[in-house]
Design a protein around this ligand. Structure first.
Ligand SMILES: [Zn+2]
Length: 263
């Protein structure tokens, strides 16, 4: 019940942001969305295929879809994006995201999926889920549809509990393992739960990744920290109006205050 009240309040706050600053929509340059699971179930991080399509259809009216490699070039100031843009990412590599393939193909959207390199030892407690993962064959099929893959650590640990050797294994060795498995360079790392500290951020940079993606509640600009790239998480509790408000500057500020206050 408390959760229901909390979610209702959050949706109301986002609706308030939308009503108050809806006119600012065109001023948002770009953002990266983070999804996890595509399902009708009740997990907080599941979004139904119907809602996913509705959300992306809405964005396509005002934004151009771009890949993460285009965002990398944008952050390196090698690419100018004239139109507002968005990219789609999926964390954890659950099999149920394949539900989106026909739709994303039709819209010519090429998402990036952040995989665990050692799914056999996945920390399901940290992930708060037990879904099956994409198989190697799934990954190959998705690659043929233009999907890209990054690393989301080896086992989805709580980095705060790890020593230096274990951090290296979760970041650097995970990169090498995925590179060997997929036969292509793994350039991007998404911090589990978006959480990182100075040591973890440095390990990602030192391991040769080009970008480190966080869940920081900040606006994405071409001056964003390449190892703390902000993303916007989409959850089941977000109403359609809340989704429309998620990327607005006022919502971003509000979310950052709420997160800092641990609310
Ligand atoms: Zn995750």
């Amino acid at each position: 019940m408390t959760k229901l009240i909390y979610n209702t309040l959050r949706n109301l706050l986002y609706t308030f942001c939308y009503v108050l600053t809806g006119w600012q929509k065109s001023t948002v340059k770009g953002f990266i969305l983070c999804y996890h699971s595509i399902s009708d179930d009740n997990w907080d991080f599941s979004v139904s295929l119907k809602n996913f399509r509705e959300q992306i259809d809405y964005l396509l009216q005002n934004y151009q879809p771009v890949s993460l490699s285009e965002i990398e070039k944008y952050l390196d100031c090698q690419l100018t994006l004239d139109k507002p843009f968005f990219a789609v990412t999926f964390d954890d590599g659950y099999h149920n995201i394949t539900e989106t393939v026909p739709y994303l193909k039709e819209k010519n959207i090429k998402p990036t999926v952040f995989l665990l390199s050692d799914t056999d030892h996945a920390n399901h407690k940290e992930m708060d889920s037990n879904y099956s993962f994409l198989t190697y064959e799934d990954v190959q099929n998705l690659e043929q549809s233009g999907w890209n893959f990054g690393c989301h650590s080896a086992t989805h640990p709580d980095f705060d509990e790890l020593d230096e050797k274990a951090i290296n294994s979760e970041i650097s060795i995970a990169k090498a393992d995925l590179t060997a498995k997929l036969g292509r360079e793994i350039k991007y790392f998404a911090y589990p739960k978006g959480r990182y500290n100075t040591q973890v951020r440095q390990a990602v940079a030192d391991s040769g990744y080009k970008l480190g993606l966080s869940m920081d509640s900040k606006m994405l600009t071409n001056k964003s920290d390449k190892f703390a790239v902000p993303r916007v998480g989409v959850m089941r509790m977000h109403s359609f109006t809340a989704f429309k408000a998620l990327t607005l500057p006022l919502s971003t500020k509000l979310r950052s205050i709420l997160l800092n206050a641990q609310l």
